[in-house]
Design a protein around this ligand. Structure first.
Ligand code: PDD
Length: 278
C-alpha cells in the first residue's frame, strides 16, 4: 500500500483528499521541495529543509509544525513506503480560506507529501539532452520555491513541442535557468553559472556541484552569461535533484548549437556518483 502525508497524518493514498478552498488550488499559494533518496538515505536533506524554511519566510507563511517534526515525518513516510532509490515531494500551501486575494494569517498551512521509487536517468546522463531556448517570462522572485510554476510549465511544454527535453530560459540576452534545472557553461576550463539571486532558484544540486567543482580545482564563476557567450561554450550541462548532472548536446530556438559531453562534465558526474554511492 502507498502512503501519503496529509496535514497531521500519514494515510493510504486513496484516503487523502484536499479541501475545496485550499489556497494552493486557487492561487498556487504554496511552497515545495523535492528530495532525492539513495540507498534509503535522503540526500542533502538539511539543505532542502533550510530552503523550505526560507521559502516559507519569504512568503510570510508560518509552519504548522517545527522543522524537525517536518523532517521526521518525511523520513517516516519514506520508511513506510520503503523507498530505496527515488524521491520525496513535500508541499505546504498557505491553508484553507474562502477565495480572497487577501490572505489571513490565522489559517493553518496544509502540508502534503508523497514519495516515489524512481531511478535517476542514466541514459540522459550518458548521451545528453537538447534545450529549447526561449524568453524567461516568469515573475521576479524565482529564488522562492513556490508551487506557482506557470512560466516553468509553459517553457517545458514548448521545449517538448520542439523535440527538446528541457528549456533554456533567458531574460533578454542573459541566460537564467531551465524550467526545472540550473544551467552551467564551461569555457576554457572555467565553469560559469548564473549567480544565486532573485532571477533563478538556487538549486541544492547547483550548490553541491559548485562545491564539487571547487574541490576538483576547477575555477567557478557565479556570473551571468549571455546567449552570445553560450554560442561558443566548450560544454554545457544542467543540474537538478532528480537529474543530477546531465550534459547538453543541442540548443535550439533563440540560438542553435551542437556540442558533445565534455571532460569537465564527466569529471563532475563521477564526483557526484562517488558522493551518492558512499
Ligand atoms: N526542480 N530551477 C528550477 C526552476 C527548479 O524547479 C529546480 C528543481 C531547479 C534545481 O533545483 P534542485 O537542484 O534543488 O533540485 C532549478 C525540481 C526538481 C522539481 O520541480 O521537480
Amino acid at each position: 500500500m502507498e502512503y501519503v502525508w496529509l496535514k497531521d497524518k500519514i494515510v493510504p493514498r486513496q484516503e487523502a483528499f484536499i479541501h475545496f478552498d485550499d489556497r494552493g488550488y486557487y492561487f498556487g499559494d504554496g511552497i515545495y521541495e523535492v528530495i532525492q533518496v539513495y540507498n534509503g538515505q535522503p540526500f542533502l536533506f538539511h539543505e532542502h529543509f533550510e530552503r523550505f524554511l526560507r521559502s516559507a519566510q519569504e512568503l510570510d507563511m508560518s509552519l504548522p509544525f517545527s522543522i524537525n517534526e517536518i523532517k521526521e515525518n518525511t523520513r517516516l513516510l519514506l520508511q513506510k513506503n520503503e523507498i530505496n532509490n527515488g524521491y520525496a515531494y513535500i508541499q505546504m500551501t498557505r491553508g484553507e480560506q474562502v477565495r480572497d486575494h487577501l490572505y489571513s494569517r490565522d489559517i493553518c498551512p496544509v502540508i502534503t507529501a508523497f514519495t516515489k521509487e524512481a531511478e535517476v536517468p542514466a541514459d540522459k546522463q550518458k548521451s545528453g539532452i537538447s534545450l529549447w531556448a526561449a524568453e524567461d517570462i516568469r515573475w521576479l522572485r524565482c529564488d522562492i520555491k513556490t508551487i506557482n510554476l506557470l512560466g516553468n510549465v509553459l517553457a517545458k511544454r514548448k521545449a517538448e513541442d520542439n523535440h527538446c527535453e528541457e528549456a533554456l530560459q533567458h531574460r533578454g540576452h542573459t541566460v537564467t535557468e531551465g524550467s526545472s534545472t540550473n544551467i552551467f557553461m564551461v569555457k576554457k576550463g572555467v565553469i560559469y553559472t548564473h549567480p544565486a539571486n532573485h532571477l533563478i532558484l538556487n538549486g541544492i544540486t547547483r550548490q553541491n556541484v559548485v562545491n564539487l567543482a571547487k574541490n576538483e580545482r576547477f575555477p567557478v564563476y557565479e556570473e551571468a552569461f549571455s546567449l552570445e557567450e553560450i554560442m561558443d561554450a566548450d560544454e554545457i550541462f544542467v543540474t537538478s535533484t532528480t537529474l543530477e548532472i546531465v550534459p547538453v548536446v543541442n540548443i535550439k530556438g533563440s540560438i542553435e548549437i551542437s556540442l558533445q559531453p565534455g571532460t569537465v562534465t564527466r569529471k563532475l558526474q563521477q564526483a557526484f556518483k562517488e558522493q551518492t554511492s558512499a
